[in-house]
Design a protein around this ligand. Sequence first.
Ligand code: SF4
Length: 287
Amino acid sequence: MAPRTLDFRDHRRELDDNRYVYAVVSRRSRGLSIGINLNPDKVCNFACPYCQVDRRTPGDGRAVDPARLEAELDHLLGLVASGRLWTVAPFSTAAPALRRVNDIAWAGDGEPTTSAAFADSIGIVDRLRRRHGLSSVSLHLLTNATLLHRPTVAAALDRFTEAGGVIWGKLDAGTQACFERVDGTTLPLSRVVSNLALAARRWRLVLQCMFVRWEGVDPTDDEVSAWADRIAEILDAGGRIEQVQVYSVARRPADPRVAPVPASRLEEIAAAARALGVDAVVYPGVA
Ligand code: SF4
């Protein structure tokens, strides 16, 4: 029997008590992704109907403790660097090709840049990465881009970029109406687009773009065209986009209005980005 592919958060006892650091084998990274969750309070300024965070149970409202974050990450990176991680379940069941650390990603139960500990966390991660001989492990920030214009966040991102980090900024829509529906917010889409343009000029940027079948209807040609127009806006502002990732829901979300978009439609959407000269990849969802 082929080894099982891990696609869940590690619940092995050693990491069970962790508040901020977790480990997953993700379909996109084809290996281990170490996650930094700066939002155990589950607070987010979006309310995406496709969100996989379970908000039926309350979050942990305590302020992030940088010392605890450092201790948790130090422990996990120690397991990784020594290879011991792959000797215990469930990691011991991972296919050999997946036994590699792909990245350390700020991706938790909310928007990482809203956390007061965001700037501190960058220094902690970079320091520990080097201490454990894992300097080549990539750093990714998954963000909805709403706060990138704030001076404190921008300064932290300068530091993040010096450490080799890449911003994975969310762009799920091309019109305000679609944005409000897909991301569950009344914040202006224009702010997100101008912040992504800022990121594309000043830092390294990948766009992560979620498309969903909404009440049985896939994204229309008009919606896709408007989304491509927003990408063109970022490019026209002098920005450089390293890649556009087009994907759909991997698991059926709690919201019954949301379902995966077929891979063939996702390919058509990616083609609209490629027509602008940008590399685009598709990660189909599974029903
Ligand atoms: S931005 Fe991310 S964490 Fe926030 S609601 Fe959307 S999917 Fe969930």
